[in-house]
Design a protein around this ligand. Structure first.
Ligand SMILES: O=C(O)C1=C[C@@H](OP(=O)(O)O)[C@@H](O)[C@H](O)C1
Ligand SMILES: C=C(OP(=O)(O)O)C(=O)O
Length: 420
């Protein structure tokens, strides 16, 4: 059991030093699936220490061990806890892997929809059934299927992870996949990340109009080098924006990235953080220049939403935000969680159709500020930077950060935060 709460303050209010971030959780989880399907041809460097990645690796090992020990007769239980990509990628992976599986996860995972992916797999010919509620995990999967068709139509506006899951297994199917995307694609950079990483392993695709096709192919030997995690970098941008002075170096981040969350570079320029790519990494510095930009869209980078919204609130910027429609089905209902926690210091996030308005006129400085984290790593990490503008903040259930950034609190300590 982890600690229940920690108290956080930063007496000096200035940041100066180097922060070595772990590898991207999204890239790592794709790399593990590509490797598992490659027949030993793919090597991975700088795999993330994120719990979601460790869980996925463990699940893949369990599946292999289960098959060695008589996977045909017995059901192998695979529990991926709160890891969304692991759940979606394994649903596809197990459906093509001989054996009988029960794929389950945390209580929250059982509320995160998966019907779009299950339907698509079953149209292809898979045998994926719901073990409890229709449309949600846990799933009973009879792996290894005879393909019925290559053509599937899949909604793209709920989660790009369904599409990535299908594309990751596509080349191993006897007929490949022609995937027609219905509706407006959300989280597009995650889809292109999948295609780019497959390409690194020699698996080509065609993308014409709304259809992505991958023909049957085998992977070629390669080494997948995982970049540092840009979503994790975003919290350092928020800290730089809220500190009195900041000059931080983040090794190995490059200007061109597979991760859409590199968009934080441009977004935070509007909040007074300058970025410069140097040999060996990225330097971020607090400046006195910021813009008057009022509308920010997160459709392509939903994981940045909490970071930027909390930071804007602290800077008393009454901005508006779009592209938040997927936030309600992530680790928690992130809209409700943000509204509750921002409200603790007098800030409102008001829904107006697809636009959310931040209202900071009531911002106050309560004597005690304790933030709940809703089993969501990004709630903890988005609210922690507030210790730079308030004397002290409390973060409840701080161990949630392990999901993507286990060293988060250690790194904060190294940068002068006092944690008790
Ligand atoms: O494919 C991925 O690695 C991810 C895709 C995004 O999810 P959605 O596609 O559901 O928005 C993102 O929020 C998640 O953290 C990771
Ligand atoms: C939404 C996230 O992850 P997942 O969907 O993989 O659980 C996240 O890391 O913010």
């Amino acid at each position: 059991m982890g600690i229940r709460a920690l108290k956080l303050s930063h007496p000096a209010k200035s940041l100066n030093g180097t922060v070595r971030l772990t590898g991207s959780k999204s890239e790592s989880n794709r790399a593990l699936i590509i490797q598992a399907l490659s027949g030993g041809k793919v090597r991975i460097e700088n795999l993330s220490s994120a719990a979601d990645t460790v869980t996925l690796q463990h699940a893949l090992d369990t599946v292999v061990a289960g098959r060695l020990a008589d996977g045909e007769a017995q059901q192998t239980v695979v529990d991926i806890g709160p890891a969304g990509t692991a759940m979606r990628f394994l649903t596809a992976y197990l459906s093509i892997t001989e054996g009988h599986y029960l794929l389950t996860g945390s209580e929250r995972m059982k509320q995160r929809p998966i019907g779009i992916l299950v339907d698509a797999l079953n149209v292809l010919g898979a045998d994926v059934q719901y073990a409890e509620a229709t449309g949600y995990p846990p799933l009973a999967i009879q792996g290894g299927f005879k393909q019925q068709t290559a053509h599937i139509r899949v909604k793209g506006d709920v989660s790009s992870q369904y599409l990535s899951a299908l594309l990751l297994i596509a080349a191993t199917l006897p007929q490949g996949i022609n995937l027609q995307i219905e509706g407006e694609l959300t989280s597009r950079p995650y889809l292109t990340m999948t295609l780019d990483m497959l390409a690194e392993a020699g698996i080509r695709h065609q993308w014409e109009a709304d259809t992505i096709s991958i023909h049957p192919q085998v992977a070629s030997p390669c080494q997948l080098i995982i970049e540092p995690d840009w979503s994790a970098a975003s919290y350092w941008y928020a800290m730089a924006a809220l500190a009195e002075e900041a000059n931080l170096f983040l090794p190995n981040l490059k200007s061109s990235s597979l991760q859409g969350d590199a968009a934080i570079v441009d977004i935070m320029a509007h909040f007074g953080v300058a970025s410069s790519f140097e040999a060996g990494g990225l330097r971020i510095q607090k400046t006195t220049t910021h813009s008057e930009k009022e509308l920010f869209d997160f459709k392509e980078c939903p994981d940045l939403a909490q970071t930027v919204i909390v930071c804007a609130a602290a800077l008393r910027r009454d901005c508006a935000f779009t592209g938040l429609h997927t936030l309600k089905i992530k680790e928690t209902d992130r809209i409700a969680a943000l509204q509750n926690e921002l409200g603790k210091f007098g800030v409102k996030l008001v829904e107006d159709g697809a636009i959310y308005h931040l209202q900071t006129k009531g911002l106050c400085n309560p004597e005690q500020l304790a933030f709940d984290t809703y089993e969501d790593h990004r709630m903890a990490m988005a609210f922690a930077p507030l210790a730079l503008i308030f004397n002290q903040v409390q973060i409840n259930e701080p161990n949630v950060v392990e999901k993507s950034y286990p060293d988060f609190w250690k790194h904060l300590k190294e940068q002068g935060f006092v944690i008790s």
